[in-house]
Design a protein around this ligand. Structure first.
Ligand code: AVJ
Length: 350
């Protein structure tokens, strides 16, 4: 359920944890029990998993921002340079001045988005920016960064777990919406889940609206390994923080320090896998999940897959989700690609 304040801010309840003072509504209670079920199911899978979205509490979002500034973690800088170099052409393909809404899923610090918004302004448009993120802290950063960089651009916020439900503010009649899903986060899902997710995003869009999808491409495994195993240990801290977030959500008692960060590039599957591996045998009280998790020494919990794609895979994925590929651009080192897709006539109801 969506309430709009006079400040044109849209807030939704999500993963309301012990620290969340927000009023519980029927909707957020539903969301909460769905989240509990999802987490319980993930932890009992083989291998055990924790959904990657649990990385992004306020502390985790801040750690991720730190990762994006590490010299070893090249995806952010690569994508940023690509966006900056090609923003004008992308915006042109996306309708130029007709572009009225730029929606970013997982806006984080939104530092890459300014180039696109600038290009829309330069094309004579007056875009509004809608930031969607699971972390209130990240949304606050988005707001600050945008207000400082481009005070003339109106910003709306949606605090939401976009993997569960999505409500976007309406766009002006005749306008075009561009939805951004950047950073390579689509690689956190297997094919089927990725297409399902993008199809759901498509349902929130009208024909001729656009999707810009960022994807990590296959590259040198040694460079990839370093990007997820930085010598400063920021990625390790980011990985372990997932347990603190789970603790605060379900009142479990994971001891993060008893887990080793392990993040190999699995060549066969063309993806990084992030694991937390128990350094010793332990019993973990899972709090509101209502059970005890018994871990043997050396047993692991997978916290993320981060896939590398080919151009063909990315284009096939957006096509399957109802977007006709309109443009593909790639960084000069071929490590990162951006696909622009146009929403086709919905097939729903046929
Ligand atoms: C934000 C999901 C794109 O998969 O590389 C960074 C998260 N994990 N370091 C990624 C992440 C480890 C990142 N994404």
């Amino acid at each position: 359920m969506q309430r709009r304040s006079p400040a044109r801010r849209v807030r939704r309840g999500l993963l309301p944890g012990a620290r969340s003072p927000r009023t519980a509504t029927l909707v957020s209670l539903d969301a909460e029990s769905a989240a509990l079920r999802e987490l319980r199911e993930a932890l009992s899978r083989a291998p055990r998993e924790i959904p990657s979205k649990y990385f992004y509490d306020d502390a985790g979002s801040a750690l991720f921002e730190q990762i994006t500034r590490l010299p070893e973690y090249f995806p952010t800088a690569t994508e940023r340079a690509l966006l900056e170099a090609r923003a004008a052409a992308l915006v042109e393909s996306a309708g130029g001045r007709k572009l009225t809404d730029v929606v970013e899923l997982g806006s984080g610090a939104a530092s890459k988005t300014v180039a696109l918004l600038d290009a829309a302004l330069a094309a004579g448009g007056r875009p509004k920016y809608v930031a969607v993120d699971i972390s209130a802290h990240a949304l606050q950063r988005t707001k600050e960064i945008l207000a400082a960089a481009r005070p003339e651009i109106p910003v709306e916020h949606v605090l939401a777990d976009y993997t569960q439900a999505l409500q976007l503010p309406p766009k002006p009649a005749g306008g075009r919406r561009l939805v951004l899903f950047l950073g390579g986060t689509i690689g956190n899902d297997e094919d089927e889940a990725a297409v399902k997710f993008l199809s759901r995003v498509r349902e929130h869009m009208e024909q001729d609206d656009l999707l810009l999808l960022g994807a990590n491409l296959i590259t040198d495994p040694a460079a990839l390994h370093l990007a997820y195993n930085d010598p400063q240990g920021i990625t390790a801290a980011f990985n372990r923080n997932v347990l603190r977030n789970v603790n605060s959500f379900v009142r479990s008692n994971f001891d993060a320090e008893k887990f080793a960060h392990y993040a190999p590039y699995v060549v066969e599957k063309q993806r990084i896998e992030m694991w937390l591996v128990a350094r010793e045998a332990m019993d973990v009280d899972l709090g509101r999940l209502g059970s005890t998790l018994r871990l043997a020494r050396g047993e692991g919990i997978r916290t993320e897959i981060s896939r590398r794609f080919t151009r063909e895979q990315v284009l096939r994925m957006i096509d399957s989700a109802g977007f006709t590929p309109e443009r593909w651009i790639e960084s000069p080192d071929a490590r990162f690609g951006l696909a622009l897709g146009v929403a086709r006539t919905s097939l729903r109801g046929i």
